[in-house]
Design a binder for this molecule. Structure first.
Ligand code: ZN
Ligand code: ZN
Length: 227
């Protein structure tokens, strides 16, 4: 998108916030390609590690797949509604990065990014993806296996699906920040996610509605959906 097209979509107040953020908060050394490729390497490594260890899973073990899709949907709803939109003393950074930065950088009227350097405030940072998907879930899997809580296959499917949910989140969230004219939005599933997330980016609704990203299951269950 060229500069004049971009500025047509962004109000001067939002652009002022963005310029200040770009000048003061995005480190000079930030390389968007490195940010994304590091996250991809972590996710692909987790996938490979799990697929290498899974062998002939039973039907019951495969139920971990839908179970993790539902658990991931709930986790995103709860994490997004609470620590990301309420200032919790134990994790002040979550609120700061999400509500005070992501939501003022991207509003319902200015949902699109300008260039790749804006990805710093669009995609999960490496310091979330590595500890959560690269360390926490593999450690949980190990614990569940060692203590006989889950079978080996089920534990690796859990780790695999946690990484898959993060990937789905990133893809759907990225699509939700594309211009309304983007060809990708011709895909109905992506278009409804885009509309859902755009409502969430309205400043007066952000703390109340549309916390899901991939599919609004728990927004429906808990009545936090708004069209
Ligand atoms: Zn967003
Ligand atoms: Zn939000």
């Amino acid at each position: 998108m060229n500069t004049s097209d971009y500025l047509k979509h962004i109000s001067p107040e939002v652009e002022k916030f963005r310029e200040e953020f770009r000048n003061n908060k995005i480190p000079k050394w930030y390389i968007p390609e490195l940010h994304l490729s590091t996250n991809i390497v972590i996710i692909v490594s987790v996938f490979s590690y799990c697929l290498y260890n899974i062998s002939s899973p039973s039907f019951t073990e495969l139920l971990m797949i839908p179970a993790m899709l539902i658990a991931g949907n709930f986790f995103v709803w709860a994490f997004h509604k609470y620590p990301l939109h309420r200032p919790f003393k134990i994790m002040p950074l979550a609120y700061k990065i999400h509500t005070l930065s992501h939501h003022y950088f991207y509003t319902d009227e200015a949902i699109i990014y300008r260039d790749k350097r804006d990805f710093i405030i669009l995609f999960f940072p490496v310091h979330f993806v590595l500890p959560v998907n690269g360390v926490l879930f593999p450690a949980l899997g190990y614990f569940f296996r060692e203590f006989g809580i889950l079978s080996s296959n089920a534990s690796y499917l859990m780790i695999f699906m946690a990484a898959m949910y993060l990937l789905l989140y990133e893809v759907f969230h990225f699509v939700s920040h594309l211009p309304s004219t983007s060809k990708v939005l011709k895909i109905p599933f992506f278009l409804s996610a885009w509309k859902h997330h755009r409502v969430h980016h309205t400043i007066k609704y952000m703390g109340k509605y549309n916390f899901n990203i991939v599919f609004p299951l728990f927004d429906r269950i808990f009545g936090t959906i708004r069209k």
